[in-house]
Design a protein around this ligand. Structure first.
Ligand code: FAD
Length: 406
């Protein structure tokens, strides 16, 4: 049996065992704050279960990380330790189910990764062996295979690369909007621009949320507010320590098909979407100097001038062209600075606030990969007021250690 089919069956079993009871959702008023890909998935799962959902966003759908993301769906070697990797696997297989249900344009086909650094590439061999042990369809492929798999890519003499067969990539803005549309079709209300300002209690239970568009009655509120550090602190009384880092995403004009898979090369990540556009994600962060520190203050999503955006696009395109010569001369249509919602330990934050019992937090990196499973499990906990055991390691009240990983 193919691995993806097996994963789908496992996913169906997980969904079945969750058994969201529509009865318990009936009449339950839930406000989801944040219309990025995570909030959209949560809203859709809640609406599908029968809750009365209002989604609000201070700016609009997919306006922050869910726009400026590379959108690689994966459970790769970097997803450590095992329990986080397992959650990521559930995210990957969850996209398979969502793709069918919502007709989403996901490019499957796997990823190819290598480091152009002999020592690092040797370590990759061990990491891929571990991936196999953990149930991934991963293997090392040699130069001859690489040439067949990606005839338009120059691997610069790499003898081996890691092929992770389950990986895919998505258009995150389309996916977010598709989830929101599906939620609205099930009765959810989407209100933007609408900023959450405060909550009102009746006794010790949530009564309503106060927003820039007025009061919204609510029994529960879910904060899917991404990298914004303030909202969880003010509303949930929880300080989720984040080390949000910026990353530039540049998207070309549509091109004839050049790439079959996600290319994870030294200095640049690339994938080609169904619409023919190639997405470039830079690997190195901004230089560590005062000029950049000043420019990045306030976490801008755009560059101070169009010229600067053009310069960054040209720099990324010149790296990309080294690997994919056919990209030479293509126009870059969009350049965006994304800020990673990145809890200090690199792991998602999922669970009710230890301080405010009706306020649930859903803040995470790799939120594109995790959106389906995060949406499903959040809806389950929020509606049924129960505890999903395998989320225990990801609670907001944990001690956050500093780890350098995404
Ligand atoms: C450069 C980059 C590359 C990435 N690459 C990948 C990848 O390849 N694979 C992967 O899985 N993940 C990747 N990620 C991470 C992923 O994009 C994020 O984890 C995901 O988009 C988070 O989605 P979200 O909905 O939680 O947050 P966001 O998309 O940031 O949405 C949060 C929303 O909350 C709203 N908000 C905040 N506060 C309030 C308030 N008080 N009131 C109302 N609204 C509010 C904001 O307006 C925003 O729209 C990447 C991220 C970046 C930046």
């Amino acid at each position: 049996m193919q691995r993806r089919v097996l994963l789908r069956i496992m996913m169906a079993a997980v969904l079945g065992s969750c058994g969201i009871k529509e009865q318990s959702a009936k009449g339950l008023k839930i406000t989801v704050v944040g219309a990025g890909i995570v909030g959209a998935s949560i809203a859709w799962h809640l609406a599908r279960a029968g809750a009365l959902v209002t989604i609000i966003d201070a700016i609009g759908p997919a306006s922050h990380a869910s726009r400026g993301t590379f959108a690689w769906i994966n459970a790769s070697w970097a997803k450590q330790p095992r329990h986080y990797h397992a959650l990521s696997q559930e995210g990957v297989s969850g996209w398979g189910s969502l793709q069918e249900e919502l007709s989403l344009p996901i490019r499957w086909g796997g990823s190819l990764e290598w480091f152009s650094n002999p020592e690092r590439d040797r370590k990759l061999l061990d990491q891929i062996a571990e991936q196999v042990d953990w149930g991934e369809s991963a293997r090392m492929v040699n130069a001859d295979e690489l040439a067949v798999m990606e005839p338009n890519v120059n691997f610069h003499g790499a003898l081996l690369a890691a092929f992770s067969g389950n990986d895919g990539a998505i258009d995150p803005v389309r996916a977010t909007n598709a989830l929101l549309d599906a939620a609205v079709n099930m009765g959810a209300v989407l209100r933007t621009p609408c900023k959450l300002l405060d909550i009102s209690l009746s006794g010790n239970r949530l009564h309503s949320v106060e927003t820039s568009l007025g009061t919204i009655p609510a029994d529960r509120v879910v904060l899917a507010t991404g990298a914004d550090p303030a909202t969880p602190k003010i509303i949930a009384g929880v300080d989720v320590p984040q080390r949000s880092t910026p990353g530039i995403i540049a998207i070309t004009a549509p091109m004839p098909k050049l790439l079959n898979r996600i290319i994870v090369a030294s200095g640049i990540h690339l994938h080609q979407r169904e619409d023919g556009r190639i997405v470039m994600g830079e690997q190195d962060g901004a230089p560590d100097d005062q000029a950049h520190d000043m420019r990045l203050e306030g976490r801008p999503n755009t560059f101070p001038s169009p010229d600067m955006a053009v310069q960054h696009a040209a720099r990324m395109l010149s790296i990309a062209t080294k690997y994919v010569p056919g990209m030479a001369g293509v126009n870059v249509d969009d350049v965006f600075i994304g800020w990673r919602p990145l809890p200090l330990d690199g792991h998602p934050v999922l669970g009710f606030s230890p301080e405010r019992r009706d306020v649930y937090l859903a803040i995470m990196h790799s939120g594109v990969t995790l959106a389906p499973i995060a949406g499903q499990l959040t809806a389950h906990e929020v509606i049924n007021d129960i505890v999903v055991e395998r989320l225990e390691a990801f609670r907001p009240g944990r001690d956050f250690e500093t780890v350098k990983r995404y």
